[in-house]
Design a protein around this ligand. Sequence first.
Ligand code: VG1
Ligand code: CO
Length: 576
Amino acid sequence: FNVSRVETTPFGDQKPGTSGLRKKVKVFKQPNYLQNFVQSTFNALTPQNVRGATLVVSGDGRYFSKDAIQIITKMAAGNGLRRVWVGQNGLLSTPAVSAVIRERVGVDGSKATGAFILTASHNPGGPNEDFGIKYNMENGGPAPEGITDKIYENTKTIKEYLTADLPDVDITTIGVTSFSGSEGQFDVEVFDSASDYIKLMKSIFDFESIRKLLSSPKFTFCYDALHGVAGAYAKRIFVEELGAQESSLLNCVPKEDFGGGHPDPNLTYAKELVARMGLGKSNSEVEPPEFGAAADGDADRNMVLGKRFFVTPSDSVAIIAANAVEAIPYFSAGLKGVARSMPTSAALDVVAKSLNLKFFEVPTGWKFFGNLMDAGLCSVCGEESFGTGSDHIREKDGIWAVLAWLSILAYKNRENLGGGKLVTVEDIVRNHWATYGRHYYTRYDYENVDAGAAKELMACLVKLQSSLTEVNDGIQSDVSKVVHADEFEYKDPVDGSISKHQGIRYLFEDGSRLVFRLSGTGSEGATIRLYIEQYEKDPSKTGRDSQDALAPLVAVALGLSKMQEFTGRSAPTVIT
Ligand code: VG1
Ligand code: CO
C-alpha cells in the first residue's frame, strides 16, 4: 500500500471532555473531522506507541462506528503502526477494551499499547444522535489530562494527516488480513469480542457459586443491556457460563441506535427493567425478579436493583467494598484501598474508616482512578453516576459490578439455597445502613440548558462562597449550617498533577453536602448536575424515602442556585 499526506485545517471544537470527544454524528461526518482528531492523538503519543505499535479499535457498535473503524485503520497503516486489533463486528465494551490492552496476546504473540474506543457511552446513537471517540493508554485506562490537553493543542494547529490506500477490511469474520507497504507489513486482526473478557472474569469470581445461585428456583434474575454492547457479553456470561435463563435477558441485541432509546441505566431511562422489577407503576400482577441490573451503551455503567428496590450507586460501591474480601476470591488477600469521585456519597468513606482502608476522593471521571491503581493504592472504586469497578482493569465495569453483587448474594445465601429464607438485595442494603448509617442521596440533572445561563449560574454560586454568613442567613428551611464552601481541587498523590475547578461544594455542619457541576460528556447545550447528600447515623431513621428525607436540602439548593431563574426549568430532566 501507499501512504499519502492529506492537507487539512483545524476545527475549533475538539477538546476532549470527561471521557473523550463526544459530538453529534453530523459533526463527526464533516470531511476530515475524525481524521484530525485521530492524527492529533497519534501526534500526542510517544513514537514507540505509534511506529510498529499495536492499536485496538472498537466500541459499542453505535451508528458511524463501522465507517470510523475503516478510517482509523487506514490512518494507523499510514502512521506506521504494525497492526490493528478489532473486536468482531467492531464490538468491544469499554471494560473489554481495557482488558484486551492489559491481557490479550495476538495470534503472533503481540501486545497492544493503546486503543481508540468508539462510543458516546450513555448518550443516544443514530444518524441524528451522538458519536464519540477516546484514547486509552498502555495501562488500559483513559488518557490522563496531560495527554488529552496535548491532543487538544494538536487539533488547533493540525495541517495534515497520514493515511494509506488500503481497501476496506472485513470486520465481520475472525482472522488476520495482512497488507504490505513500502515500510513493511500491516495486519488487521479481528477477534472474538468476549473471550478475553470472560477469561478475566473467571479469574476474579467464583463462577461455580454464582451458578448455584442463578440455578436455584428461589433466585430470579433479569439483565437489561438497553441494546448496548453489554448484550454481546450478557448471553455468553449469564446464560452460557452461569446458567441463567435466556428469558432473563432484555434488549440484549446490540443495535446501532440502541433501539431508539437512551442507553443510560437509571430509573428514568431503563423503563422496561424498572417496570419488571416492580418499581414502576405498571405490571403489578407478575412477581418481580429478586435481582435486576442494566448497563449503558458501552457497558461500563451498571444499575443494580432488588425486587421493588433501588440500590444507589454510592451505596453499591460501599457495599461491594464492605463484602469483597469474603465474597470475591480476587480480593481474598484484602483491599489495597478504596476511592470514589468527589460527588459520590460518603458511604464508602464510612466503610474505609471502619475497615481501616486507604481512602481517596478524586474528581469526576475514571481517568483519575488509574494512577492510584497503577501505584497499588486502590482496589475498589466507584462513582455516583452508575460506575463501579476495581483494579482488574482501568475502566469502570458494568458486568463486573453485576458479578460482584451476585457473588455477595451467593455468599450471603451459601447455606440458604436448599432451605431457609433468601437474603435479598434489600436485606443486604438495609443491614449495611444499620451497621454504617445511611447516606441519603439524590442527583438532579438539568439537561441541555442554555450554555450561557449555566455558566452564569455556576459563577454566581462561586461568588456566593465568599460570604457564608449571607448564605446561611438566606436559608429558610430546617437544615444545618453551611460551614465550608469551595471549588474542589485535586492533587494526584502519585504524579503530583493538579486539577482545578472540579465542582462547587457547599459543606454543612452535619456532614450534608451540596455539589454543583457542569457535565463534560454532553454534545448539546449544557447539563447542570446537582448532587445532594445527607448522612443519617440513627438506625431508626434510615428507612425513609430518600426524596422525602432530602426535600429540605433540595429546596436550599434550588434557592441558592436560583435554578429556575437561570434555566427556566421548574424541574430537572432526570432524577437519580
Ligand atoms: C459523566 C458522569 C461521570 C462519568 C462520565 C463518563 O460525566 O458524571 O461520573 O465518569 O459521565 O461515564 P459528566 O462530566 O457528564 O458528569 V461514561 O459511562 O459516559 O463513559
Ligand atoms: Co459508559
